[in-house]
Design a protein around this ligand. Structure first.
Ligand code: BMA
Length: 337
């Protein structure tokens, strides 16, 4: 008898993909990697990345009462690159992550600005997804996969992001008093090495989810192969008041391209969530993801199920020992940058 694969931790919606360029009210090449939020009236809002026929991306809002069907898509782009005032957006804006910030009573949108120097991280604030206050570049290139935490940590705002260095692309966290000037940079989670699914390059997916036991993070790992990169998803848990401290990290990936719409597209074998919504029960998690860089899909799970999986499959993240294999034990101090 072949081994039975466990049920996937995230259940794909049977009607996937839920949004494609064919639904768009204007000509678009692809729609994917949306940010997401639940509005006060219960409407799900997706801020969709739309790639035009030049290859440049912008964002357009789509709203749905049940978060699954009857999407109302704005008839024109909602948030265009503003090259005149923000030259770092010369080649478009990509991969928005939305965080509602109660202290500001605004949504923070953290996105990739595609500049001549490569991708950087930019931020904008909005109350209504109609008018936006741009804060400009908050992390210079090469950096992306960023999101703001919804509240201050020890009095300071915290931004997770993924700079690229010589030794790999790891998740970092930085702190600020004013959302504009960032410092106290700390390594948060390292890509592993060698054959690991999350070797060399990792990045935050949707914004972290605050639970009583810590910040629950879904991150992507990128494995290069002769046939292109495989983007797969893993889980880790971080300390609530010291979010650079990883408490548990899973070894296995929990979600990977499998269905046709994930396997084949403009960039095949990619699942890439930038947003989620937590239902009013406080546990049901709807994860919105780009599939194969061409469409938007939905997978549902429960926060409690992700935590149980981490408890049964994860390991405490303790110091990496000298000469240790990259998958071996880690401790939090003594990380090699
Ligand atoms: C990443 C980002 C994503 C994209 C993914 C796969 O680097 O650019 O927008 O979905 O690559 O192409």
């Amino acid at each position: 008898m072949p081994p039975v694969r466990p049920n996937p931790l995230l259940t794909r919606h049977s009607g996937n993909p839920i949004l494609t360029a064919d639904h768009w009210p204007y000509l678009a090449n692809t729609v994917f990697n949306p940010g997401a939020t639940l509005l006060p009236d219960g409407t799900t809002l997706l801020l969709c990345r739309v790639e035009d026929m030049r290859g440049h991306s912008h964002f357009t809002v789509a709203r749905s009462k049940d978060g699954i069907s009857n999407w109302e898509i704005e008839s024109e782009p909602t948030f265009m690159a503003d090259f005149e005032n923000y030259p770092e957006e010369i080649w478009g804006v990509e991969d928005p992550r939305i965080t509602f910030v109660p202290e500001l009573d605004q949504y923070a949108i953290v996105y990739t600005s595609y500049s001549r120097g490569g991708p950087g991280v930019s931020m904008a604030l909005t109350r209504d997804f109609h008018t936006f206050e741009r804060l400009g570049v908050v992390m210079p290139p090469e950096d992306k996969d960023a999101a703001l935490l919804p509240r201050r940590i020890n009095g300071e705002w915290a931004l997770i992001h993924r700079p690229v260095g010589w030794l790999g692309a790891h998740m970092w966290i930085s702190y600020s008093n004013d959302l504009k000037h960032w410092g106290a940079h700390k390594l948060m989670l390292e890509a592993r090495r060698g054959a690991w699914w999350d070797a060399n390059k990792i990045g935050l997916c949707n914004p972290p989810i605050e639970t009583p036991r810590g910040w629950l993070v879904i991150y992507h790992g990128v494995r290069p192969t002769a046939a292109g990169s495989l983007y797969r998803l893993g889980l880790a848990l971080f300390d609530l008041e010291s979010p650079e401290t990883c408490l548990i990290r899973g070894d296995d990936w929990v979600f990977a391209a499998h269905e046709g719409y994930e396997r084949v597209g403009d960039v095949g074998n990619v699942v890439f969530p930038c947003g989620h919504v937590v239902d009013p029960d406080g546990d049901t998690l709807r994860v919105y993801y780009g599939a194969a860089d061409h469409c938007i899909a939905l997978a549902t799970t429960r926060i409690s199920a992700l935590m149980e999986w981490l408890d049964s499959h994860g390991r405490h993240y303790v110091v990496r020992e000298q000469g240790d294999d990259e998958g071996g034990p880690y401790r939090n101090h003594d990380k090699q940058l």
